[in-house]
Structure formats: structure tokens, C-alpha cells
Design a protein around this ligand. Structure first.
Ligand SMILES: Cc1cc2nc3c(=O)[nH]c(=O)nc-3n(C[C@H](O)[C@H](O)[C@H](O)COP(=O)(O)OP(=O)(O)OC[C@H]3O[C@@H](n4cnc5c(N)ncnc54)[C@H](O)[C@@H]3O)c2cc1C
Length: 429
């Protein structure tokens, strides 16, 4: 049995390792256009490689995938984060779970993750073929014919595992070629969109706060809110309303907008919504997600009346980050340099409203800097128990090429490992 794995990223290398572990006598080829395997694994997590999550409950893990979570259920049960953790440790990479439940090698070196595969492929019967760019995949009577750039005769194999990734960070080699291969073999590709990106805002004042990071906030979007109107924004994102996209977590102000885990998650939820200066997305930020509006108002009023001679900005700085206080006053229509004694109850209410719902308008995504591609090979056309194509027998698909994407926190590599492993094991049978 000869199996070609097209694309030597996370899904491809895990598929190869799994195929080898299932049947060491099989002939397994990895075709990779780059001169190394796992270019994206190496830059993941800022080079530290956040390879999975410390979450253990599979339902909770699956909830971190805005697209593809149902489809992923079987693969995830077979190779959950816990098993991924154990697998890498068994293969000589000690791991650690950080406070925010992201999992990294203890060494903080993504290279250690890649060395696991290097070692397996060195001793195993897996042939790693680097600098091999696939240009076409054709089904024939007995298997597949794979055409390579600058090579006359096609490679003939029995089965193909297609793991060419999405089209984010194209400089890593993931340019979306696999979509065309899948289409030529009969598959449909759903709409594609960038996901996990920073957002640019209409509000230019964000530049004054660039670098200010907020440890915990709730960000929510109300599609269709009139960008000019603030009155439509509820002080708290109503839970249970399907049209409200709501995320909780840390975020950071940037020169042009907002970024960080909560913003990435939000960008993922709005991946398919168009953003533009003419049609911005209205985002509301709650800086006190664990406190009621009345409670925040009480705190403001307490401080305002206790320190009447201090500036309002100073007083508010006792409740939120000091650097944020003047902006919150300004957004509430109040002068941060005015004395607290001049702050009426009505003004305090406006401040409390702003702290529970600072309004920003997202006008664009940080282009080309997204971490993943939302959309991909239509999941209806793939068997979730095996990752085999329902349209083209002998073809298996795994990783980001599928219409699956997750939030930041190790979820995208986790789905690549899980689907890659399942594809590798299934293809060998
Ligand atoms: C900057 C950045 C940081 C990230 N950090 C994290 C993180 O910390 N944790 C996390 O879970 N996820 C992270 N991700 C996302 C994660 O890295 C990807 O979702 C995951 O690597 C996808 O794996 P894959 O194997 O499906 O595809 P890829 O890793 O994209 O691999 C596809 C491979 O196919 C090859 N290929 C493509 N076309 C051809 C062709 N025609 N011929 C031959 N080879 C081809 C490519 O060169 C590439 O090596 C990050 C992404 C980016 C961009």
C-alpha cells in the first residue's frame, strides 16, 4: 500500500506518524513544497508552539470551534487534548499548561515538537520529499496520479491524504492549492474568509492607548446596530440571544484598533461579515463583566464623593487602568480634568454606562495577518469517522483545508492533530 500525504504541516505529519504507527510496513510519502516540514508549527504560538489546550471536557473543547465542531466530535474523542498531551510527552517532549490553559513545550521551543516527527520519520518507513510542489491530483482506476512541478512523470499511489492547510500566512507555503485539488476530485469548497485577526477601528483615539492591555472584558457585537447611535447598545450583552456575538477574555489596544485573544475570538465569530468604513461593526466593551451596572455606578459615586477635589480622570483611575480612565471619561462626554465634585449623578451614570459598554466601530481586519482560514472543504462530503471523502474513495482530508476553525488557545493545532491522526489510521486499513 502506497499512501501520499500532500502537505507536511501539522495534519500531514501527524497523519504520517499515525499511518506508520498503525502499519510500519506501509509505504508512506510526504510531499511538501517547502524545504522543511511544519513551517507553521514552528511559528505557532510566537515560536513556542501552543500545541493544544489544557481543557479536558470535550464538549467544552468543541465549543471553541465556531465552525466544524459537530464534525470534529469523533476525531476529538479519538485523539482529545489529553491524548495529544500524552502522545507528545511519550515521544520525549515535556509539556506544561499555562494559567490560561494553553499548552506549550516546557522548553518553550516549537522546534522540540517538530523534532518528534523528525525522529519518527528518520527511523520509520516514511519518505519525506521536500521541495516537491504538487500541481495536480488525478483519480485513476487503481489510485491517484500526482503531478509535481518540474517533474515529467506523475507519482502513482493507492491513496492520498490531502493536508495542504488553508490560505492564511501564505508565506509559510499554505497558499490554498489544496482547495483546487479537492475541487478537481469532485469536492465543493465553502466560502473562505480570514479568521483570528486584529480589528481596525473607526475611532482614531485608540492610538493613544496603543499597548494598553485589559486582562478581562466582555466584547460583543450587535449586527445591524446603527453605527451612529450609541443608544441601541445595551449595557450588557443579553445572554441567550443568537444574534449577539459575545466573547470574554483579555484584549489589547493597538495603533489602529484592538487585538488579543478576545478580539481574535470575536473576529472568528464575525469572519463572514463584511467590515468597511461605510458598514462598520458596532462593538461594545464591558470592562466589568462580573459586576452589575448599578454596582459599578455605586463604586463611581463612592469615589467621586469621597475625593471631590481630585480630577475625575484620577478618581476613575482608581476603578480601571489609569491609562484608560481619561478615555472612558471622554467617551462618556466628560472632561477627565474636571474636578470630581462637578460630576453629577447623571454624569456618573453615563460613566458607568460607558464602563459597561464602551462603543467601538470595527472597519477592517488586519489583512494578511490572520492566523487561520474559515471555510474549506464542505464537511458534508467527508466521513467524520474516517476523514475519507464520500465523493472520491481513497482520498482523505485533514487539518485546516476542511471547513473547521477554532479560537486561539491551541484549538487549531488540536484539530489538525486529531483529524490528521484519524486520516492516517483510516487510510492504512
Ligand atoms: C502566525 C500563526 C500562529 C499560530 N499559532 C497557533 C498556535 O499557537 N496554536 C494553534 O493551535 N494554532 C496556531 N495557528 C494555526 C495553526 O498553525 C494551523 O491551523 C495549523 O498549523 C494548520 O495545520 P495544517 O497541517 O492543516 O496546515 P498547514 O500547517 O498550513 O500545512 C500545510 C502544508 O501544506 C504545504 N503545501 C501547500 N500546498 C502545497 C502544494 N501544492 N504542494 C506541496 N505542499 C503544499 C504547505 O507548504 C504546508 O507546509 C497559528 C497560525 C499562524 C499563521
Amino acid at each position: 500500500m502506497k499512501i501520499a500525504i500532500i502537505g507536511g504541516g501539522a495534519a500531514g505529519i501527524m497523519a504520517a506518524a499515525a499511518a506508520y504507527e498503525t502499519d510500519p510496513s506501509a509505504e508512506i510519502l510526504i510531499l511538501e513544497r517547502n524545504d522543511i516540514l511544519g513551517k507553521k508549527v514552528l511559528i505557532s504560538g510566537g515560536g513556542r508552539c501552543n500545541l493544544t489546550t489544557g481543557l479536558r471536557d470535550i464538549r467544552t473543547v468543541l465549543s471553541r470551534y465556531p465552525r466544524g465542531n459537530k464534525f470534529l466530535t469523533k476525531a476529538m474523542h479519538k485523539f482529545p487534548p489529553e491524548a495529544v498531551y500524552a502522545w507528545f510527552e511519550d515521544h520525549g517532549v515535556p509539556l506544561k499548561v499555562e494559567k490560561d490553559l494553553r499548552v506549550f513545550p516546557v522548553s518553550n521551543e516549537g522546534q522540540d515538537v517538530m523534532d518528534v516527527f523528525k525522529n519518527i520519520f528518520k527511523t520509520a518507513g516514511v519518505r519525506v520529499m521536500l521541495k516537491k510542489q504538487v500541481t495536480q491530483v488525478q483519480k485513476n482506476k487503481d489510485g491517484f496520479a500526482i503531478s509535481l512541478k518540474n517533474q515529467d512523470s506523475p507519482l502513482l499511489v493507492d491513496k492520498v491524504i490531502l493536508t495542504t492547510g488553508g490560505q492564511a500566512y501564505r508565506q509559510t507555503g499554505s497558499t490554498g492549492d489544496g482547495y483546487a485539488f479537492a475541487q478537481s476530485l469532485g469536492h465543493s469548497i465553502t466560502s473562505l474568509a480570514p479568521s483570528l485577526s486584529a480589528l481596525f477601528t473607526q475611532e482614531k483615539w485608540v492610538a493613544d492607548l496603543a499597548g494598553v492591555s485589559v486582562e478581562k472584558a466582555v466584547l460583543f457585537v450587535i449586527p445591524g446596530a446603527d453605527p451612529g447611535s450609541h443608544s441601541q447598545i445595551p449595557a450588557r450583552a443579553p445572554l441567550g440571544r443568537d444574534d449577539i456575538k459575545r466573547v470574554e477574555g483579555p484584549f489589547i489596544f493597538t495603533h489602529k484598533g484592538i487585538s488579543g485573544p478576545a478580539v481574535f475570538a470575536l473576529s472568528s465569530l464575525v469572519a463572514f461579515e463584511s467590515l468597511s468604513p461605510e458598514k462598520p461593526l458596532t462593538i461594545s466593551i464591558d470592562f466589568f463583566p462580573d459586576r452589575k451596572l448599578a454596582d459599578v455606578l455605586d463604586s463611581i459615586w463612592f469615589h467621586v464623593t469621597k475625593y471631590p477635589k481630585k480630577s475625575l480622570g484620577n478618581v476613575i483611575g482608581a476603578l480601571v487602568l489609569k491609562s484608560l480612565a481619561p478615555r472612558l471619561c471622554l467617551s462618556a462626554g466628560l472632561n477627565p480634568d474636571s474636578i470630581a465634585a462637578d460630576c453629577s449623578k447623571k454624569n456618573a451614570e453615563r460613566l458607568a454606562q460607558t464602563m459597561k459598554g464602551l462603543v467601538l466601530h470595527a472597519v477592517a481586519r488586519a489583512a494578511g495577518e490572520e492566523f487561520v482560514t474559515a471555510g474549506g472543504v464542505d464537511l458534508k462530503e467527508v466521513d467524520p469517522s474516517t476523514m475519507q471523502s464520500k465523493i472520491c474513495p481513497g482520498l482523505f482530508l485533514a487539518g485546516e483545508i476542511l471547513d473547521i476553525d477554532g479560537f486561539t488557545g491551541g484549538f487549531n493545532l488540536q484539530s489538525a492533530w486529531a483529524t490528521g491522526r484519524l486520516a492516517g489510521e483510516s487510510a492504512i486499513v
